[in-house]
Ligand binder design. Sequence first.
Ligand code: SF4
Ligand code: FES
Length: 264
Amino acid sequence: MTQTRDSETAAGTPKREMRLTLKIWRQPNHDAPGKIHTYEVDDISEDMSFLEMLDVLNEQLNAAGEEPIAFDSDCREGICGQCGLMIDGEAHGPEVTTTCQLHMRSFKDGDTITVEPWRADAFPVVKDLVVDRGAFDRIIQQGGYVSVNTGAAPDAHATPVPKDKADRAFDVATCIGCGACVAACPNGSASLFLGAKITHLGELPQGQAERDTRVVNMIGQHDHEGFGGCTNIGECTAACPKGIPLDVISRLNWDLHAALRHGH
Ligand code: SF4
Ligand code: FES
């Protein structure tokens, strides 16, 4: 009887199972040199996520007594921003989504896939595919908040927000801080991330108190961390899994100029 690489779904539709060659960046720690290692994985279902495929490889490595590959993930639902990988040179891989929401049906049997960590000076490699994105946290600490009176929650309608501004704020608030924009940018700039945060809070009445200091301090921290400047290439927005538009960077520049005019 002929062996096939396909299994059957309950409905009788053949399901593809794949054998893949993985070229994966291994680096023991930040100070040690890294290099690409080659692995073979078998029986990968097209319904697996990319991270589940890496889980299968790690089970294989564990069984063989080898060190499993370190990579980040948390929610595995596309909302926490932990899981970024460069896959065949593209941030989060061939689809516009997070790595955890990328499925193996985007690849085919026999493919060779290269997997690397985010490449940016401001995101140093911790181990293998894990990078330190603490620079984003330090940028947020510089102004990614609003001043509020503590105490009982105010009535929902106490501070009216026009619908177009609320919609815009909500849309850009979907930025999950994954860092794909930085990894995709030839300059290693975090301007799309910054623009999303500045626009989110700048659209809302509650965000006006710190509007000038926010933009000055967050950009200052961005530059201090070693992120590059924006030269309007647009790779950031093309890679962004949340569709953050490029015009948030115009808003960022607009707010910075306004703050400088106000003497900050
Ligand atoms: S702007 Fe997009 S790509 Fe950049 S951190 Fe936010 S969600 Fe990720
Ligand atoms: S693991 Fe949370 S967004 Fe991918």
